[in-house]
Design a protein. Structure first.
Length: 450
C-alpha cells in the first residue's frame, strides 16, 4: 500500500527530530554504513568521499550548534540529500536530465565595499530582484527537488527582504557568500535562530592581504563576525579568492587550520580569480603551476585532516567537470538575467519572463550541456579558462547577450591569452590525470557524461 505524502512527511520530521539527539552518539562506522546506500548513488568517487566527510563533520559539530541549527543540519542531510531524491528522479524521467543540485541567486549587486578585481563589480547597482520573483523561483526549485540555494551578490545582507525569505522557506538550506561586515552580534543570533542559513565570509588571507583588497579594517570586522557566529552556535565558513599573490598562503596548513579550527569555520570554499568584472587582468590569475599545487594541497587537506574544503577549478573530479548551465547550478542576477555560471556573464533568458523549468530547457543551456565534459580530463573543467573556445562558440551560436557593459572582453581582448593559459595548464593537468585518475571508473564515468 502506498504511503501518503502527509504520512511520509510526518515520519521524515520525526526522523529529523530524533536524529538531532541520537546522531552524536552513533559510531562513525555505523553512520557511514547507513549513509552508504545513498552515497553510492553519487557518480564520482571524490564526490562520495566529500559527502562522507560532510556527514561526519555535521555529526561532530552537532553538540556545539544552536538547537535550530542542529535541526536544520539534520534536515539537510535527511531531506535534501536523501528524501527529496524521488522528486529529482521524477524530474529526470520527465525531462531527460537531472535538475541542478543548487541555484546561485544574487538578489542585489549593491555592496558597502569596493574590492579590487571584484567579479561582480560591473553589474548594475540600481536594480534588486523583486521579492515575489525570488520567492517564485525558490518555490519552483523545490518542486524539482532543489533544496540548497546559494545567495550571492553584491552584499546579500543589503537585500532587505532576505531574512524574511529565509524564514518563509525554512525547509531550504541557504548558503550566503558575504563580506561579513554587516554580521553583528544581533544578526548572528538571528541567523542561528533561523537554523537554515550558512554564511561563508570572504577572506584573502590574514589582515594585510584582506585589507589590501577589501579595505582598511575589514579583516578585524570579519574576525568579529566569525566570533559572533561561533558564540551564537551557527554554521559558517570562509570563502577565499586565490590569486597569483596569495596562492601559497591560502593553501597553507596554517591558514586553513586557523579558520577551520581556531575561528570555527565549518566549510571552506576556494575560488580561482577569474578575469571578469572590475578591471579584469590575467596578471592576477594563478599560474598553471600554482593551480596544480592547489589541487595537491586541497586534496591532502581533505585526505589527511578530513577538512571540508573545495575548489571547483581543481575539483572537477569531485563533481564530474563543469557545473554550469543547469547541469549542477546556474546563476540568476539581480536583474533576473540567467547566466550559465557566476563568472560567465552572458544570458539569453530572464527569470522574470520565464519559469525555471523553461530556462533549463533553453537553447543556450542545452548547447553548453551537450558539450560536457569539454575534455576527458576532469581536472580541466572550465569553459572560461580551460576551454575558452566553448564559451565563445556557445555565446555566438545562441546569440547570448552580455549582462553588463564590459562582459565581452573575455571573448575578445583576453581571448588569445586565455587560449594560451588553457594550453599551458592543460599540459600539466594531463600529467596529473594520467597519474592519478586515468584508471577506471574515472574514464568510464567521464565517457558516460559526454
Amino acid at each position: 500500500m502506498a504511503v501518503s505524502g502527509n504520512i511520509r512527511d510526518f515520519w521524515v520530521r520525526k526522523t529529523v527530530s530524533g536524529l538531532v539527539y541520537v546522531l552524536p552518539n552513533i559510531p562513525d562506522e555505523k553512520l557511514l554504513s547507513f549513509a552508504e546506500r545513498f552515497v553510492k548513488d553519487i557518480k564520482w568517487p571524490d564526490g562520495q568521499e566529500f559527502v562522507r566527510t560532510l556527514i561526519l563533520q555535521v555529526k561532530n559539530r552537532l553538540p556545539h550548534m544552536h538547537r535550530n541549527v542542529r535541526r536544520g543540519a539534520i534536515n539537510f542531510l535527511v531531506d535534501a540529500l536523501f528524501y527529496k531524491a524521488r522528486q529529482r528522479e521524477a524530474f529526470e524521467r520527465e525531462n531527460g536530465f537531472s535538475p541542478p543540485m543548487l541555484l546561485v541567486i544574487s538578489p542585489t549587486m549593491r555592496c558597502n565595499l569596493r574590492c579590487v578585481g571584484c567579479y561582480a563589480g560591473m553589474y548594475s547597482k540600481k536594480d534588486d530582484l523583486p521579492v515575489e520573483v525570488l520567492d517564485r523561483v525558490i518555490r519552483e526549485a523545490k518542486e524539482m527537488g532543489i533544496y540548497f540555494i546559494v545567495i550571492s551578490g553584491g552584499e546579500p545582507f543589503y537585500y532587505e527582504p532576505l531574512m524574511d525569505i529565509f524564514r518563509r522557506h525554512d525547509d531550504i538550506t541557504f548558503q550566503v557568500y558575504t563580506n561579513g561586515t554587516l554580521i553583528d552580534r544581533e544578526m548572528a543570533h538571528q541567523i542561528a535562530d533561523l537554523g537554515n542559513v550558512i554564511p561563508c565570509i570572504s577572506v584573502e588571507g590574514y589582515e594585510g592581504e584582506t585589507d589590501a583588497r577589501r579595505g582598511r579594517g575589514v579583516y578585524s570586522r570579519v574576525l568579529r563576525a566569525m566570533d559572533h557566529l561561533k558564540e551564537a552556535g551557527a554554521l559558517y565558513g570562509f570563502s577565499a579568492t586565490v590569486t597569483r599573490f596569495n596562492s601559497d598562503l591560502l593553501t597553507s596548513d596554517e591558514f586553513v587550520e586557523f579558520y577551520m579550527n581556531e575561528k570555527g569555520c565549518f566549510v571552506g570554499w576556494y575560488f580561482q580569480y577569474m578575469p571578469v568584472g572590475t578591471r579584469p587582468s590575467l596578471d592576477l590569475m594563478t599560474t598553471p603551476e600554482q593551480r596544480i599545487q592547489r589541487w595537491e594541497r586541497i586534496n591532502r587537506l581533505r585526505r589527511e585532516k578530513k577538512l571540508l574544503v573545495s575548489d571547483f577549478w581543481c575539483d572537477g573530479p569531485l563533481v564530474g567537470g563543469c557545473m554550469a548551465a543547469g547541469h549542477n547550478y546556474l546563476h540568476i542576477t539581480c536583474t533576473g538575467d540567467v547566466e550559465p555560471c557566476v563568472f560567465a556573464h552572458f544570458a539569453v533568458d530572464n527569470i522574470k519572463e520565464k519559469t525555471l523549468r523553461e530556462v533549463l530547457h533553453s537553447g543556450f543551456f542545452t548547447e553548453i550541456r551537450s558539450r560536457r565534459p569539454y575534455h576527458p580530463n576532469l581536472l580541466r573543467p572550465c569553459m572560461i579558462i580551460d576551454h575558452p573556445h566553448v564559451l565563445r562558440e556557445c555565446v555566438a551560436k545562441c546569440g547570448a547577450r552580455p549582462t553588463h557593459p564590459e562582459a565581452e572582453g573575455i571573448l575578445t581582448d583576453l581571448a588569445p591569452d586565455l587560449d594560451r593559459y588553457g594550453e599551458e595548464y592543460g599540459r600539466l593537468a594531463d600529467e596529473i590525470w594520467m597519474e592519478h585518475y586515468q584508471e577506471l571508473p574515472w574514464k568510464k564515468a567521464g565517457e558516460q557524461s559526454a
